[in-house]
Design a protein around this ligand. Structure first.
Ligand code: ATP
Ligand code: MG
Length: 528
């Protein structure tokens, strides 16, 4: 008996299973017209009986290139502004990892009211490719939010509520923003699922540098701050002159003069994210462009030691000639690029980099600052650093007295000291980097114990040493030059003497010949 019942149910299950299995095929056999009509009918019935309207906001727009700003705003709005109304919350450490941040849990519906209108938000995760297994969820999940509301609130929602959500969401994002330091290099090594995708990985940006502690000429510093302010608030200006909202800075100078520190100070001053672009890790121009598109607005893109990253010098003709090939040449196995570039082990070309800085793509997505640093400005291709690409050239030079005063104030808390006069003189005579000066002012040994007298005396000693070394080096160089000059002179003299001897020899030979000829003539005459 039990067996019979089981058998019956078994039959029902298998019938159901085959229906489920066959449904997609059956669907194909219903004529398209009928199917459309059925869909419309179903929609009509729903609208007739359900007074609710739906709006869907999906993560990626139609272009599928960047995440939709509106989606991000909705996410922020829901996680913050509506958190109190949700039942399931999640908590995390917020900005600076100090305060707790509570937000709506994933997949939790949220109710909101706006001017007495009730609205419901439903999040959804839709896999884009159902039969594709990936360990990296962000890849094949497409998220969206659905907003449901009564149709009598239609105008209210479209005209007022959604703009309100956008504005509020953006404000929340700004408030909660933990500034980040991105790199394109780490992604290739530590996360195997992202290997080779050319995306950025990030850590919180926590560099403490700021313009107050940056040692340099006060006037130059003020000019830079002015420039940054003008940039930050210059949106309308850039629109009015028809330029992309971006600015390039070239920081050049010897090692240890504060180039990297300056970048951190700029980022802290502007409250921007930093993208540290490691050019040697970029495969080709296409990847470079991809990296650029993935950066967000309000960011500083940095390429440190640009002269060392890729050999971009003196290849411009070659590179721009190959512009088309290289910008589309993603295929690694096609040896289309010039051989010099292959030697570097990298295929980012100068033209690719120029496009990166001010090509059409560079205007996508908000304000950006691009900074190059180098120790050898003269090695760079003029095209790369011409105004318009690198708008401001900032020289970070050796420590002079004005810069020293800032360091003394930071490290020792002194603004005046009797030793300053001597230090001033020595700083004019010796080229030392701020990093060296700072090292001398930093009382690491217990003996110094932050005693300004001891530290400054130590600095004077170091400066004197640097001066002597510089003098010795200069002397050595001068001697070498002299020696070279003397050798050259000697060589010249020898060459001249040889030449003269040769000339003399030739002359003598000519004379002899003439004499011989004369002798023959005389003899002839005598014979005649
Ligand atoms: N102008 C400066 N003001 C304050 N501190 C400085 C300055 N220059 C250098 N320093 C100190 O020296 C250290 C090294 O400086 P930084 O890394 O900025 O030099 P850099 O110019 O980037 O050198 P490199 O060319 O070798 O990259 C920093 O930790 C910083 O504390
Ligand atoms: Mg540096």
């Amino acid at each position: 008996m039990a067996g019979m019942v089981l058998e019956k149910w078994g039959a029902v299950w298998s019938a159901l299973a085959s229906l489920v299995f066959l449904w997609p095929m059956l669907q194909n056999h219903i004529p398209t017209g009928l199917r459309q009509w059925l869909t419309i009918l179903a929609d009509k019935l729903t609208t007739l009986f359900s007074p609710y309207l739906h709006i869907t906001i999906s993560e990626y727009g139609d272009d599928r290139f960047r995440r939709s700003d509106f989606f991000l705003a909705v996410e922020a709005y829901l996680s913050q502004a509506c958190a109190r109304r949700a039942r399931r919350l999640k908590a995390d450490l917020g900005r600076d990892a100090k305060n707790l941040q509570v937000s709506v849990d994933d997949n939790q519906e949220v109710t909101d009211d706006f001017r007495d209108a009730m609205l419901w938000w439903y999040p959804s995760n839709k896999p884009t490719r159902a039969n594709f297994i990936s360990f990296y969820p962000a890849d094949d999940e497409r998220r969206s939010y659905r907003l449901v509301f009564h149709r009598r609130h239609r105008d209210l929602v479209l005209d007022e509520y959604l703009p309100h959500v956008l504005a509020e969401g953006r404000a929340v994002t700004v408030r909660n923003r933990q500034r980040r330091l991105f790199t394109n290099n780490a992604s290739n090594s530590w996360n195997p699922y992202r290997r080779g995708k050319g995306v950025w990985s990030h850590v919180p940006f926590e560099h403490p540098a700021n313009f107050d502690t940056l040692a340099m000429d006060p006037d130059e510093k003020a000019a830079i701050i002015d420039d940054l302010m003008a940039f930050k608030e210059g949106k309308d200006y850039y629109v009015s002159v028809g330029k992309a909202w971006k600015r390039g800075y070239l920081l050049y100078g010897p090692p240890g003069t504060g180039k990297s520190t300056m970048i951190a100070a700029m980022a802290n001053f502007l409250d921007y994210d930093v993208y540290d672009l490691e050019l040697t890790a970029v495969k080709n121009n296409t990847e470079l462009r991809k990296l650029y598109i993935e950066t967000t607005g309000k960011s500083i893109i940095v390429i440190e030691d640009i002269d060392c990253s890729v050999d971009l010098t003196s290849k411009r003709k070659k590179a721009s000639g190959d512009k088309k090939v290289s910008s589309e040449g993603e295929d690694d196995d096609k040896p289309k690029l010039p051989t010099e570039e292959k030697d570097d082990g990298t295929k980012v070309t100068l033209s690719g980099l120029l496009n990166f800085i001010d090509g059409l793509w560079s205007a996508c997505g908000g304000e950006r600052i691009i900074i190059f640093t180098t120790n050898h400005k003269e090695k760079l291709d003029p095209a790369l650093i011409r105004r318009g690409r690198m708008d401001v050239h900032i020289e970070m030079s050796y420590c002079r007295f004005e810069a020293f005063k800032v360091l003394a104030k930071n490290y020792l808390g002194v603004e005046k000291h009797e030793l300053f006069v001597e230090i001033r003189k020595l700083l004019e005579e010796a080229d030392v980097s701020p990093a060296d000066v700072a090292e001398n002012l930093m009382p690491m040994s217990k003996k110094k114990k932050r005693d300004p007298d001891v530290c400054l005396a130590g600095l004077i000693e170091a400066l004197n040493k640097a001066k002597e070394e510089a003098a010795a080096k200069a002397k050595e160089e001068a001697e070498a030059k002299e020696k070279e000059a003397a050798e050259a002179k000697e060589k010249e003299a020898a060459a001249k003497a040889k030449e003269e001897a040769e000339v003399k020899e030739k002359e003598a030979a000519a004379k002899e010949e003439a004499a011989a000829a004369n002798g023959g003539e005389d003899q002839g005459k005598a014979n005649g």
